[in-house]
Design a protein around this ligand. Sequence first.
Ligand code: SF4
Ligand code: SF4
Length: 325
Amino acid sequence: MGIKQKIIMALFKKLGVSRIEGLLTKQRSLGTMPDMLLPTSKSPTRFEIQLEAMKLMEEGNDIVMPNTFPAKRMLSIMKNINLSVDSLDKNPIGPAAVASIEFLNDLRAFAKSHGVDPLEFVKLPRDLIFQHMGVLYDNAVILAMEMSQELIDKAPSQDTMNMVFETYDELGIAANKIAEFLREKGFGAQADHPLGGLVLFPPLAQKAGIGFVGKHGLLITPEFGSRVRLAAVYTSIENLPFAEQNDHSWIADYCSSCGLCIRGCPPRAILNESIVHDTGQTTNIKQAECFEYFLLNYACSLCIKVCPFSKKSYSDIKTSFEKTR
Ligand code: SF4
Ligand code: SF4
């Protein structure tokens, strides 16, 4: 085992399996709290990133890890996942259910001041809540945060990895701040962290009309292509302007004619044809294969880098594609 890996192992041990398991137990306790919306038999099972990382580290005596894991960011991420559960105690009793247009504009401005843009509203279907988890309200505010073009272009690299974890962390902090902002105005709120979320974000964001899920399983948006991370806040506000349509469904046809991420994925973790799980959920990603490569290769991100939407403008791609149909 190389020196870098020894340091990483030591950091992981410092974090402690028990601490990670404690966090997961805390999140799962949401599924036993009164008045929570629970998953259905069709809901997906969450891939437990932190536990899988521990397993790989402990088993991987012969693996080579060139990167330095951004452990400080990971500690902050865990702190903010904890906060998203602990802060539920601060929700007002008898929360308000109606918000003015002015307030929603203030909410967007507040979110933007914390790096969140776009932000949209959607009714959360219970089928997207992960097994064993619980969500307080089905009124979802979907949050997106851009990842740096320059650093995605450098993928895979240490700088890219640092930026990926920084974005997860900053978006998680923003989600908690937005929940706090809502509570201060008398609304109930629950933040959902982008790493270790309670629901499957990409299809929820697609339902919110923010973009469309590509073959690589990530959301493609008009503003930033695939270079976004997603999170959510669930709120007691019932009169949100929920999305009613999605204008980006042409992307599915475009993906069928593209396939660059499928060919560009080193462990061949992106499939052309979807896999249908027992629950009925479909995916094109072999998560275990992707995650192992991601962890051992600077947070990989090659599928984001090669995606044409990460480089060219959405409207240019759409115009050219329409000419071919
Ligand atoms: S992050 Fe890397 S390993 Fe994972 S799907 Fe994308 S290209 Fe493949
Ligand atoms: S690289 Fe091509 S196939 Fe993959 S998500 Fe992007 S547009 Fe779709």
